[in-house]
Design a protein. Structure first.
Length: 334
């Protein structure tokens, strides 16, 4: 049978101090001597003390539920982020209310209003592709509800954010493709206003510039789905100046490029190299398996929750996080 969780009153009784002294010591209040703070922390750690988040929130007039917006639940990266958030939130005693925008600005606005009605204490969100107005998020801030953006961030609001190093990941991927023989690499990107598109495109452009490879507008395409890649790639492969490499903004798009290559009889990677960005199940189930940039979604989720939890506990200093990526070399590149 599990032992009951100890409370602040239990610690106070054991150490023969007042509950208020214990409470302030746990928060490292400078009014409490360092000796007492050390004593309280040592006892709390030894007896596995966990703060009663629900009671704290009740006193503060807020819930212990955070709202999370996921653009697409089926996307491997977003599901990994959500897993990281839920694990960290559960350990800290928070509930998670999850909603999917399905890449719709209108749905995103509805979700925010539902979060307000549910009196969430904070929000972790990634923007829908077509979101370019942010009044609904400002409404959260106006109600003193902190926001942490992840992946697709909003630079127009004064909020915390967690992103992967899109620029460095793209630079490393394209540089590797060039070093293994590619001289005409196309970039398939998402909506131009999104920060991830800008950063990944800039990594691509700087790698090409570093090796003195010219890039024209025809080499940069708005294409971020498997279906779109299958639709536009065959004509490019059959043109006189066909690409010998593709760098795609996600693995779904890269898989579509690979399928298009098979449709027109182009050998991968002998004639064309392909690199994606995510490293989910898709990357490991294509034939050949996809070379891709790993994003570490669970780490993104845990970091986003950690930053939000600190804000909810009164942290005033801005705190952003960049999660490093790494290139996973498989069968679609030489």
């Amino acid at each position: 049978m599990n032992k009951p969780q100890i409370t602040i009153k239990d610690i106070a009784r054991a150490l023969k101090v007042s509950p208020s002294t214990v409470s302030r010591a746990l928060k490292d209040n400078p009014d409490i001597s360092q000796e007492t703070r050390d004593l309280v922390h040592a006892y709390a750690n030894k007896h596995n003390y966990k703060p009663n988040v629900q009671a704290v929130n009740l006193r503060a007039g807020r819930s212990n539920t955070i709202g999370v917006i996921v653009p697409q639940m089926v996307h491997h990266f977003f599901s990994c982020v959500l897993s990281g958030i839920e694990q960290a939130a559960s350990e800290a005693g928070y509930n998670v209310l999850v909603a999917q925008s399905n890449e719709s600005y209108e749905q995103e606005v509805k979700i925010i209003h539902s979060f307000l009605a549910a009196r969430v204490c904070g929000v972790i969100a990634s923007l829908a592709k077509n979101t370019s107005h942010y009044e609904h998020y400002q409404e959260l801030l106006d109600n003193n509800i902190p926001i942490v953006f992840y992946d697709r961030i909003c630079t127009g609001l004064n909020t915390e954010r967690v992103v992967v190093d899109d620029y460095a990941g793209s630079l490393a991927a394209v540089e590797y493709m060039i070093q293994t023989g590619c001289k005409r690499i196309f970039f398939y990107g998402s909506a131009p206003h999104l920060e991830i598109t800008k950063n990944r495109r800039n990594g691509y452009l700087d790698a090409m510039k570093k090796y003195h490879i010219p890039v024209d507008d025809s080499m940069i395409k708005l294409c971020d789905t498997r279906e779109r890649a299958i639709a536009i790639t065959p004509d490019l492969l059959e043109s006189e100046e066909r690409p010998d490499g593709f760098f795609a903004i996600n693995d779904e798009t890269a898989a579509g490029i690979l399928y298009a290559c098979k449709l027109v009889g182009i050998k991968v990677p002998d004639e064309v190299s392909i690199c994606g960005f995510t490293d989910g199940a898709i990357a490991q189930n294509t034939d050949p398996k996809l070379t891709t940039v790993e994003q570490h979604g669970e780490e993104v989720g845990k970091s986003a929750f950690s930053i939000l939890a600190n804000k909810l506990e009164g942290e005033e200093k801005r705190s952003n996080k960049i999660v490093r990526t790494n290139l996973i070399i498989r069968g679609t590149t030489k």
